[in-house]
Every structure is written in structure tokens, then in C-alpha cells.
Ligand binder design. Structure first.
Ligand SMILES: [Zn+2]
Length: 294
């Protein structure tokens, strides 16, 4: 679950491409968003975009399919939402599904788990036991060898407490599947249940360190050739928002402890569509909590 209430002055990180893209070897292939097709992004990572667009899902959920060239196994990451039987069926028909990995608990990522598990028998692994089938839950820093690839689990909480990213390596090429922690466009909302801005900032720092030069493979929105600049942009954007909240509090002559989130939203998000204010309120709440702890 994500949302992108773009605050004043914040631009999309990457354009949404349409149609075809010409690759370096001159061949043409579909670009994002390409629904229901297996689209190659790196020699070892392809995506099937589920047809579940929405305010919370952008163009839909990107299900990543990882396979080293020549491997007869593949790893599926995030089998998509519950009501899209055709999507789970397409995934189950991929040759050699050996493992399913989950980035976090939101329904548009975990809804297809049981359908895919039933059809393929492949174990499913998530940080939480609830979304794990026939295996142990993931552990931070664990290295998984599957489908001819090295996949390192990075716990990156903040969007949710159970959010993980996957660093995927093959020969000299690296890519990071970021789930909803970093998206292809817009910003990420922190789940008020267990997402915190402090965790999120730490996770962005971790992705800045791990992700320089790695292809960004997000759970929503277009992929990006280098995670580093996007992660740094996300961090700068969050810092800018925090500075705006601090300035607003000063203006309103109220402390972070006493401030009412909605009053701050009305001031800081006045140029943003009111439909997005409830989400903005969640963000502001998280920022106020962050400031209270500092
Ligand atoms: Zn989510």
C-alpha cells in the first residue's frame, strides 16, 4: 500500500514511460507500464506488472521474476493482490518457480501467496512468519542462493516494520528490489501501525550505501538504472519536509509535542488536493513523532 501526495515543489523522480524502449543492443521491448507481459529489465530481472492500478498502487504492483541467464529456476518477488487470479496463474506458469519472496505485508504484495504456493509448491519467505510457507522467515543480512543468483536480505523498516529489500547480484551486475521503501515515482507513506520516520531515514541511508550503481527495481512505478541518486533524492526530500514542518511549528508558535497534525497539514499542504490530506496527516504525524524524539 502506497500513496503519493506530492508536496509543493516536489517533482516525480522518473517519468512514466509509455510504448516501446530501444535497448543498448538496438532491440525494442515494451517499457513500463506493460501489463501482464514478462518485461526484461536486467539480464537476470524481469517484471510482470499486475493490472491493479490505483491511488495506492500507482500503475499497479510490479511482480519481479529473478533468473540468472540459463538457469532453469526462478524466484518470484511479491505475487500481487488477492483478487487477481490471472496474475497468480501467469506467475505459476513461469518455468521453474523455486521460491517466492515477500517485501512486506501489504495486501497488494501478499494477496497472491496461497494461490501461487498451491500451484507451484514453492516455499514462500517473508520477514514475518505469517506470510512464510514451508520455510523459515527471512533474517537480516541472510544470503540466499537461488536461480543462479546471490540474493542478500536487507531489513529496511519504515514504510512498515516488516519491510525488506533484496540486493540481487550476478557477475558484476547488481540490482535492488526495494518493495514500497523506494518507489519508481512519488513518495512513500509510512504505515502508522509500525512505520516510523526514524526507521525510514536509517533504511534510506542503508540503501544509499548498498545501492550505488545498482538498478532500482521498485514494487510500484518504473524501474531506474541507478538506485543511488533516487535514494539520495528521497532522503533530501524527507529532510526538506522536516525543515518545512519545523518552520511551520515556529510560525504557529507551537512545539512538536503540542502541535495538532491536521493544523500543520492545512498550513504545509495547502496547495495539495484535499483528497490527499488524510494521507498527508499520517505523514505529518510521523514527522512530529520524529521531531519529538530528536
Ligand atoms: Zn506497502
Amino acid at each position: 500500500m502506497i500513496l503519493s501526495p506530492l508536496p509543493p515543489g516536489c517533482r516525480l523522480i522518473a517519468p512514466n514511460y509509455c510504448g516501446v524502449m530501444t535497448t543498448t543492443d538496438g532491440s525494442e521491448q515494451p517499457a513500463h507500464p506493460a501489463y501482464g507481459t514478462l518485461r526484461e529489465v536486467t539480464p537476470f530481472a524481469s517484471v510482470i506488472l499486475c493490472d491493479n492500478p490505483g491511488m495506492m498502487e500507482l500503475d499497479g504492483t510490479n511482480t519481479w521474476v529473478l533468473r540468472a541467464p540459463g538457469s532453469d529456476e526462478c524466484v518470484v518477488v511479491d505475487p500481487g493482490p488477492p483478487k487477481h487470479k490471472g496474475h497468480a496463474k501467469d506467475l505459476a506458469e513461469l518455468p521453474g518457480v523455486a521460491l517466492t519472496l515477500i517485501t512486506h505485508r501489504h495486501f497488494d504484495h501478499v494477496g497472491g501467496i496461497d494461490r501461487l504456493h498451491k500451484r507451484t509448491g514453492a516455499p514462500t519467505r517473508a520477514l514475518s512468519r505469517k506470510h512464510t510457507r514451508d520455510a523459515d522467515p527471512l533474517r537480516d543480512r541472510e544470503v540466499i542462493e537461488a536461480a543462479g543468483l546471490k540474493i542478500t536480505v536487507l531489513h529496511t523498516p519504515g514504510h512498515t516494520g516488516d519491510s525488506v529489500s533484496f540486493l540481487v547480484e550476478h557477475d558484476d551486475e547488481r540490482a535492488v528490489i526495494t518493495g514500497d521503501t523506494i518507489l519508481g515515482s512519488g513518495t512513500t507513506v509510512l504505515d502508522p501501525r509500525d512505520g516510523t520516520l526514524r526507521d525510514y531515514m536509517n533504511s534510506l541511508n542503508r540503501l544509499i550505501v548498498e545501492g550505488d550503481g545498482a538498478t532500482l527495481l521498485p514494487a510500484h512505478g518504473p524501474d531506474h538504472p541507478d538506485l543511488g541518486p533516487v535514494a539520495r533524492f528521497y532522503k533530501a526530500h524527507r529532510e526538506e519536509r522536516i525543515d518545512q514542518i519545523v518552520a511551520a511549528l515556529e510560525d504557529m508558535d507551537v512545539s512538536a509535542k503540542k502541535a495538532k497534525p491536521m493544523k500543520v497539514v492545512r498550513k504545509v499542504y495547502r496547495d495539495v488536493d484535499k483528497k490527499l490530506w488524510p494521507a498527508a496527516r499520517m505523514s505529518v504525524k510521523a514527522q512530529l513523532e520524529y521531531l519529538r524524539e530528536s
